[in-house]
Design a protein around this ligand. Structure first.
Ligand code: IFM
Length: 441
């Protein structure tokens, strides 16, 4: 990789990220059903109907996985805590096996000298709460607050930082308007509600964490670069609307207590009554911002089509296995833009960045030069953002392991470590070794 650890400020954190449902093996340890289990069991939603029942069996193999992080010379592990593992019905009864598991996991992270970066929610909503409307029900904020209390009472004394939610755009728009993720709705009213309630849940969780005296609390947002497809007014308007829905809706709510008018206009009467009264709760001060970034899209709009009337396509740069265009300048853009327009000097972490490729083990090794280049170019984009004044304090590669890539099942491989899903054998890829070498320099 074209960087050395010594190019970065002292204390800069290098790590890798994962998420509970994607790696743990949800069938173990008394976890309750989630809306991803039921979504995956419904034909047509997930490639091969695959689910997270076994995944990478991190539940039993986390020690081996944490050793991989340590052996690479990384500083931190970003993981998430499954709501349904801790509270199988989402409310009420607590599963002590689930709490014990996260207790062991955090201790094992610390024993290896790694910093535990916790995310409270990375998408596996308990199915019992989905029955009650899930993210469309305003009560989800309180339910999430109660889960926050339970898990924080157990591990909050040892985690380094806590992010409330991962990628609220996916939790709401992708899952309730586009229908690509659980619960698979395509309904504008459900979307408007979910897009507000996910922010409210962040605010509620933050209030609960503050009441316990927790520091280093923030949120992880995903950003996607939206460029006009061409020089037309339609393309400019389309890129602006896409940026508002995907990027500005969440960061503006959290840091300024406002929503972009262009999206409110589209949602119209579908916003929940009295949403304005929640904005102070949503915009409480955070301690850090997590930025997830992967790609760019070129956008245009058909103003005569039903709102939002957007068409998206990748540009002509090389693409990953996901068909996502590789555009490292976008990471520099969002890091500097976040600092300039939204969070000022607050610490920013790149909490996810990485790529999928059709990797294979050949003679015991996995050669993945495209991933090495991808990671190197994006880490250098983060370095440029620091030089341009953004207070970027860390970079987490997505992901440590090949894992359950949601609607794509196990087909798309994002890991720096290959996982054979028959034997569960881990094989560090060439990119892992390249990162290790750069971190030692
Ligand atoms: O796998 C996901 C992860 O769960 C959230 N961020 C994007 C990754 C790649 O799609």
């Amino acid at each position: 990789m074209q960087f050395n650890r010594s190019d970065f400020p002292a204390g800069f954190v290098f790590g890798a990220a994962t998420a509970a449902y994607q790696i743990e093996g949800h069938k173990f340890g008394g976890a309750g059903a989630t809306h991803w289990d039921t979504f995956a069991a419904t034909p047509g939603n997930v490639v091969n109907g695959e689910d997270g029942a076994l995944a990478c069996d991190h539940y039993h193999r986390f020690a081996e996985d944490l050793d991989l992080l340590k052996d690479a010379g990384m500083d931190a592990y970003r993981f998430s805590t499954s709501w349904a593992r801790v509270m199988p019905d989402g409310r009420g009864a607590v599963n002590s096996e689930g709490l014990d598991y996260y207790d062991r996991l955090v201790d094992a992270i610390l024993e290896r000298g790694l910093k535990p970066f916790q995310t409270l929610y990375h998408w596996e909503l308990p199915a019992a709460l989905s029955d009650l409307g899930g993210w469309t029900n305003r009560d989800v904020a309180k339910w999430f607050g109660d889960f926050t209390d339970v898990i924080t009472d157990r591990i909050g004394d040892r985690v380094h930082s806590i992010a409330t939610l991962n990628e609220p755009w996916c939790v709401s728009f992708l899952s309730h308007f586009l229908g690509h993720h659980a619960p698979g709705h395509r309904d504008i009213r459900a979307t408007a509600r979910a897009m507000h309630h996910v922010n409210l849940a962040h605010g509620e969780a933050l209030a609960r964490l503050r009441a316990k005296g927790q520091d280093n609390c923030g949120i992880v947002l995903n950003f996607e670069y939206a460029a006009p497809l061409d020089d037309s007014d339609a393309a400019r308007a389309g890129a602006d609307l896409q940026d508002a829905i995907y990027n500005r809706w969440f960061i503006e709510a959290i840091t300024k207590g406002t929503y972009p008018q262009v999206v409110l206009d589209g949602f119209g009467d579908n916003m929940p009554d009295g949403w304005q009264d929640d904005m102070a709760m949503i915009s409480q001060p955070i301690d850090f911002l997590g930025v997830n970034y992967y790609t760019r899209n070129l956008v245009t709009q058909d103003a005569d089509a039903q709102w939002p009337g957007l068409t998206l396509q990748p540009g002509d740069l090389p693409q990953t296995q996901m068909g996502w265009e590789i555009y490292p300048d976008g990471l520099h853009h969002f890091l500097t833009r976040a600092a300039k327009n939204y969070v000022g000097d607050l610490p920013i972490f790149v909490t996810e960045n990485g790529m999928a490729w059709d990797d294979h083990v050949v003679d015991g090794a996995v050669d993945d030069p495209v991933r090495t280049g991808y990671a190197s170019d994006h880490i250098n984009a983060a370095k440029r953002a620091i030089e341009d004044g953004a207070n970027v304090q860390g970079f987490f590669y997505w992901s440590l392991l090949d894992n359950y890539e949601w609607a794509f099942g196990y087909e798309k491989r994002f890991g720096m470590v290959h996982v054979d899903f028959e034997t569960l054998k881990r094989t560090p890829k060439a990119s892992y070794h390249a990162l290790k070498a750069a971190l030692a320099r």
